[in-house]
Design a protein around this ligand. Structure first.
Ligand code: EPZ
Length: 428
């Protein structure tokens, strides 16, 4: 077990390069199961969720080779049994994507009910609805979701609400189905467009990704290709907020400005300067940080995955801010940890009222999930004094080399090993 120790109050300066997008990579790695030839993914982030996805593929019989740290060769033709190892599947939410790909290729799938960040109840009813529309049936057997279909027939799928995972699974299950599938009320996140581009490069026929109606015409064969994953807009947004929170001046490279539009707009609204270039943004602040109201929305709205980070920034602003995040049941678990650092936040259901205090004080805190962990890092970087963050394994699920990248920006952050003994003493 490790923790981060941060001595805060140092403005971040310099350049940081953004890695491949976690939420695109987990979908594309799973989608290699659909490919009838070997394929290569570039810009694969070196994060633990991807490590688990590759472990799952290898354990099922795929051949995976690291060409370099972020370029990976996949040959999934050796997979014969459509079952994901139980313990690996239950460790993350993205394991649901193996339902869609295994069903799409084998017309059968066994995947444990998913785990992942505890953001409240995270059912998969819409995923199963999509599979049933295509002709599949499903059951829960010993904690595993078992989906099966004689054959998959193109159909109309209408989602009750925006679901990123549901949309991704509907695309992957229908890409080799017989005939036309129309997915309505589809999610529009950049990683859905990236998945469609990846599959279309192999020979799939997917149109409308990025809009709320996606049409998938089934094909029989998907050829091997080399494909580069899009940069991570949430990682980029996290560094943009960190630059503002520490009153620094940072150039964030390898980004797609359009994917950052809602984050850029909100930062400008609270007084942060964001200068957009073709593939980078420069972020700095030379005036007071101002309060705002924020409501998370499906893309292209402000992303829920940036809410903990932005709310932390608002604790440093002047005045009272209101943050509403009803995408998940409970995405404010980190607030109790921010209060240890002097934040004045009250939460009622999916609404947080933040009284900006202008400063935070270092304290021992824990990461309660991936993005909450990123928020704790931002708080520690901005706070006066020392902050120790435990449970950093959550953070490493989605941020490649975050401590090294921050050190390059001048942060005083160290990774410290907690021996099992002292950890048990810590837990009392
Ligand atoms: C994906 O989760 C991301 N995870 C999440 O990122 C992200 O917060 C979320 O999309 C929204 O953008 C991955 O891509 C691996 P949803 P997902 O289906 O697919 C409910 C991060 O920090 N719902 O859009 O689970 C669900 O409970 C992670 O990178 C159902 O009720 O999100 C939630 O309240 C956290 N039934 C809402 O819909 C379903 O069948 C949105 O979920 C599916 C979802």
């Amino acid at each position: 077990m490790d923790k981060f120790v941060i001595n805060g109050g140092i403005p971040l300066h310099g350049e940081v390069t953004i890695s491949g997008a976690k939420n695109a990579a987990v979908a594309l790695v799973a989608a290699t199961i659909l490919c009838d030839e070997p394929c290569v993914l570039e810009n694969v982030p070196e994060i633990s969720d991807i490590t688990i996805c590759m472990k799952i593929l290898k354990s099922m019989g795929a051949e995976i080779r690291l060409i370099n740290r972020n370029t990976v060769y996949f040959d999934t033709r050796g997979i014969t049994v459509p079952r994901v190892p139980y313990e690996l599947a239950r460790s993350m939410r993205a394991s649901t994507y193996f339902l869609g790909t295994l069903l799409g290729r084998f017309h059968e799938a066994y995947v444990a009910m998913p785990g992942g960040c505890d953001l409240g109840d995270r059912p998969i009813d819409q995923h199963l609805k999509a599979f049933r529309c295509l002709g599949a049936s499903d059951d829960i057997e010993n904690g595993e979701v078992h989906c099966t279909a004689e054959r998959l027939i193109g159909s109309q799928i209408y989602f009750d609400f925006n679901t990123v995972g549901g949309t991704i699974n509907a695309i992957m299950a229908s890409v080799k189905a017989k005939g036309l599938t129309i997915i309505e009320n589809a999610a529009k996140e950049p990683h859905i467009v990236d998945l469609a581009n990846f599959l279309n490069s192999m020979g799939a026929d997917i149109r409308g990704a990025g809009t709320d109606v996606i049409k998938v015409r089934g094909v029989d064969y998907l050829k091997g290709i080399t494909y580069g994953i899009i940069p991570d807009q949430i990682e980029a947004g996290t560094y943009m907020v960190a630059a503002a929170a520490t009153k620094g001046d940072v150039l964030i490279k390898n980004i797609i400005p359009k994917h950052l539009e809602s984050i850029t707009a909100k930062l400008r609204k609270v007084g942060v300067t964001v200068i957009e270039n073709d593939e980078s943004v420069r972020v700095f602040i030379d005036g007071p940080l101002m309060k705002t109201s924020l409501k998370t929305m499906p893309h292209p709205g402000f992303p829920t995955d940036m809410q903990p980070q932005f709310s932390t920034l608002l604790t440093l602003a002047e005045g009272t801010s209101i943050v509403t995040d009803d995408i998940f049941d409970n995405r404010f678990r980190y607030v109790s940890e921010l209060r240890r650092m002097g934040a004045d936040i009250s939460v009622d259901g999916t609404v947080a009222v933040i009284q900006g205090t202008g400063e935070l004080k270092g304290a021992p805190v824990v990461a309660t999930d991936l993005r909450a962990g990123a928020a704790m890092i931002i708080a520690g970087l901005a706070a006066k004094g020392t902050t120790e963050i435990e449970n950093i394994h959550y953070i490493e699920r989605g941020y490649e080399c975050i401590d090294q990248k921050l050190k390059q920006l001048g942060a005083d952050i160290k990774r410290v090993h907690i021996s099992e003994i002292s950890a048990s003493q810590l837990s009392g």
